[in-house]
Design a protein around this ligand. Structure first.
Ligand code: DAH
Length: 340
């Protein structure tokens, strides 16, 4: 029995030294120390020994068991470390590997320009408001001094929903909505989509966007309008850009003006973009017609105001030299990704 113990000791110690991984260790534990293991077997068979030899033998078996367990724990620590290192090695990531190319989105050029316009106007103290795109005839036309059968209605080819409801043909109805619900001083801009029955071509689309401005207070004059639009022009295109007012007619303003900006392309010298004139027409404006003030419940004896309406697509096309409006709504990524 003594010899058997010695041979187990010699064999197991060597096996432990050679065990390649923790699974091998576990295998050794089962065959030697497990319920049906060799040492356990020896303990069981001790009944066959003469009684005086049993304690000595029992002690030897237990010493060997302790020795094996200690060695096994040491070996296990070493192997665990090694296995961890292997695992980490396998999981390591090469950060220099090329990555899959993910397409980044970009702001639409009209959104870039609109953001810029809003920054300019809020910087001058304007509040941003919105109104509905499906609008009452009352706000889109009537309150703006465009009664039914007014010839100027023909200039705005209107999508009618029914006799009294239209898709707004401009952002001007928001002026009427604000004037009928607020008291001066009023200083608002209103961006949004507008609709007209138009064939889509290089400069037209049935859906387009405008930004409307309205200021009403005591002693507001045309020079306030001029100063506001000059400031707008300078912030949009830089120093040296100013406005030129040409007489025009809108039923809701009196007097009315078409407003040109210095051509940003040639700084006024005359080029292909401005057809040699040095000016580009970008918006309509004027002093709010006293009749409109009155219809909207504002006393025209006490208050005056100015208003303007700017085409967002037009400004965008000028700013980025976009030759055809269709690029703005086709959403061809080759066009859009230039604005990243
Ligand atoms: N509503 C006009 C249009 O759609 C633009 C416009 C002109 C707006 C003069 C105004 C204005 O507020 O005062 O063509």
């Amino acid at each position: 029995m003594q010899e058997k113990l010695q041979s187990i000791q010699a064999r197991v110690m060597e096996q432990l030294d050679q065990a390649a991984d923790t699974a091998a260790l576990e295998q050794i534990r089962v065959t030697v120390l497990g319920k049906k293991g060799e040492l356990t077997g020896i303990l069981r068979s001790m009944g066959q020994l003469p009684p005086e030899e049993r304690p000595v033998m029992g002690q030897k078996v237990n010493e060997l068991r302790a020795q094996i367990e200690e060695k096994m724990a040491e070996r296990e620590a070493v192997l665990r470390e090694r296995e961890k290192a292997i695992k980490l090695e396998k999981e390591s990531i090469d950060v220099t590997m090329p990555v899959e190319d993910r397409t980044m989105g970009a702001m639409h050029p009209c959104s870039i320009v609109l953001d810029q316009l809003l920054t300019i106007f809020t910087g001058m103290g304007f509040e941003v408001v919105e109104g509905p795109e499906v609008e009452y005839d009352h706000y889109n036309f009537e309150l703006l001094n465009l009664p039914k059968n007014h010839p100027a209605r023909d200039a705005q080819d209107t999508f009618y929903v029914d006799d009294n409801i239209v898709l707004r043909t401009h952002t001007s109805p928001v002026q009427a909505r604000i004037m009928t619900t607020r008291k001066p001083p009023i200083r608002i801009v209103c961006p949004g989509r507008t609709y007209r029955v138009d064939e889509a071509d290089a400069t037209h689309s049935p859906v387009f966007q405008q930004i409307e401005g309205l200021v009403i207070d005591e002693n507001i004059t045309m020079s306030d309008l001029k100063g506001t639009l000059d400031t707008f022009a300078r912030h949009l295109y830089g120093e040296g850009i100013t406005t030129r007012f040409r007489p025009s007619h809108f039923p809701f303003t009196e007097p009315s003006a078409e407003v040109d900006l210095t051509c940003a392309n040639c700084k006024g010298a005359g080029c292909r973009v401005c057809k040699g004139t040095g000016w580009i027409e970008v918006l309509g404006a004027g002093m709010v017609n006293p009749k409109v003030l009155e219809m909207c419940g504002i006393d025209p004896e006490k208050y005056t105001g100015f208003a303007f309406g700017i085409g967002i697509e037009r400004i965008t096309m000028l700013k980025y030299s976009v030759p055809n409006m269709k690029y703005l709504w086709e959403n061809d990524v080759r066009f859009l990704k230039q604005f990243r």
